[in-house]
Design a protein around this ligand. Structure first.
Ligand SMILES: Cc1ncc(COP(=O)(O)O)c(C=O)c1O
Length: 376
């Protein structure tokens, strides 16, 4: 069994994907071909944003956003403590300071009470200016933008929606990537909407920022690639990857998301009596980057993971280490009780095999193995 079965997806989409790849090779327009611009238009329409600017990966996408806002020395950027390293890594990369925030015990997304406490702590210390809230749509579920927006407004901060895992998720009818002042996503192969290598995108309604993004992603270009008006990056989405995403898009938006809802509901139905299953807020829809259960303690979680491995069932721990415990951030000060939820989650979560092409009998097999271990 595969954790996320990309081979099965390829078999389903083979004809369209092969055709699209051949088209690019035939045209030899490997860099910034028409497919890239077409995809950007398609994804802007889908997310309900005015501009989509693709780039080389989801990490660059976050950094590009910070560059557009001129975030740097003396600025504080607030990030959930329970996320992938990238969400925080980009902050020191632009010379700003990351401030980690504990997460909600049910959704695992940024906790707005802790967020406000941390913002006030930074203001009281008086050394840094609170500038940006990075709200990660963890495991596919959008963060609580109703509350986050109020805090951002109160403290005059930007919202950077890290929807690397959230593409396809929504709150009501409003789709992920439309909640932040700028939003980003990743097309890493295992992501909800993944390509066949690295890829990413930035979304915004602000035309000036979109222009800046287009400049920063190609060496700070001005009127041409050889007229350089600012220090930028080399961060373009390959035409081949754009073409693959175009081939995948209709099935992703019309079928895969629904199949995932069904797969998640099946897991939950089978597991809800024995473990903590994913909690999705009322009116929220997850893009299901992961199906993550929560055990009672680290011993139970590690034991279950070993047992599943023995049965040939892959699983993963996202995330083993909260951000504040990463060596790379060891310069950051924190108090022992700043991150009780995040600390607990890293000991107790386990992500199960999950993808849109999962069969009912596979879900039953994994669920039965989980139950058998917990009974024993
Ligand atoms: C929450 C989050 N942010 C950012 C990224 C970075 O994306 P990429 O791997 O495309 O750089 C990831 C990817 O794993 C992620 O999960």
């Amino acid at each position: 069994m595969e954790f996320r079965d990309l081979k099965r997806q390829y078999q389903y989409l083979k004809k369209d994907i092969d055709l699209k790849i051949q088209e690019v090779i035939g045209q030899t327009n490997f860099i910034q071909g028409k497919q890239v611009a077409d995809l950007e238009k398609q994804l802007a329409d889908y997310t309900g944003t005015k501009h989509c600017v693709t780039c080389a990966n989801g990490t660059d996408a976050l950094q590009l956003a910070l560059m557009v806002w001129n975030i740097g020395e003396g600025d504080a950027v607030f990030i959930p403590d329970f996320t992938f390293f990238s969400s925080g890594e980009v902050v020191p990369a632009v010379n700003a300071v990351p401030v980690f925030v504990d997460v909600e015990p049910d959704t695992y997304n940024i906790d707005c009470n802790s967020l406000e406490t941390m913002i006030q702590r930074v203001i009281q210390e008086g050394k840094l200016l609170p500038k940006v809230i990075v709200s990660v749509d963890l495991f596919g579920q959008p963060a609580d933008y109703g509350r986050i927006s109020k805090i951002a407004e109160k403290y005059h901060m930007y919202i950077l929606e890290d929807a690397a895992q959230g593409f396809g998720g929504r709150i009501g009818e409003r789709r992920a990537c439309s909640f932040g002042d700028i939003a980003t996503t990743s097309f890493f192969p295992a992501k909800p909407f993944g390509c066949y290598g690295d890829g990413g995108a930035v979304f915004t309604d602000n035309g000036e920022w979109a222009e800046l993004l287009r400049s920063y992603r190609v060496h700070g270009r001005g009127s041409s690639k050889y007229d350089n008006v600012r220090i930028g990056m080399n961060s373009r989405l390959d035409t081949l990857q754009a073409a693959i995403l175009q081939a995948k898009f209709p099935v992703f938006s019309e079928k895969e998301l629904e199949w995932e809802q069904l797969a998640a509901a099946r897991y939950t139905e089978r597991l809800k009596e024995v473990v903590e299953t994913p909690y999705i807020k009322d009116g929220f829809y997850s893009g299901w980057a992961q199906y993550t259960i929560r055990l009672s303690c680290r011993t139970a979680r590690d034991g279950l993971q070993t047992y599943l491995k023995e049965q040939g069932i892959p699983s993963a721990v996202y995330y083993q280490k909260p951000m504040h415990r990463q060596q790379a951030f060891s310069g950051n000060k924190y108090e022992d009780n700043d991150y009780p939820v995040s600390d607990k989650l890293s000991d107790t979560v386990l992500s199960l095999p999950f993808h849109p092409y999962m069969k009912e009998e596979e879900i039953a097999l994994v669920s039965d193995a989980v139950k058998k271990y917990l009974k024993g």
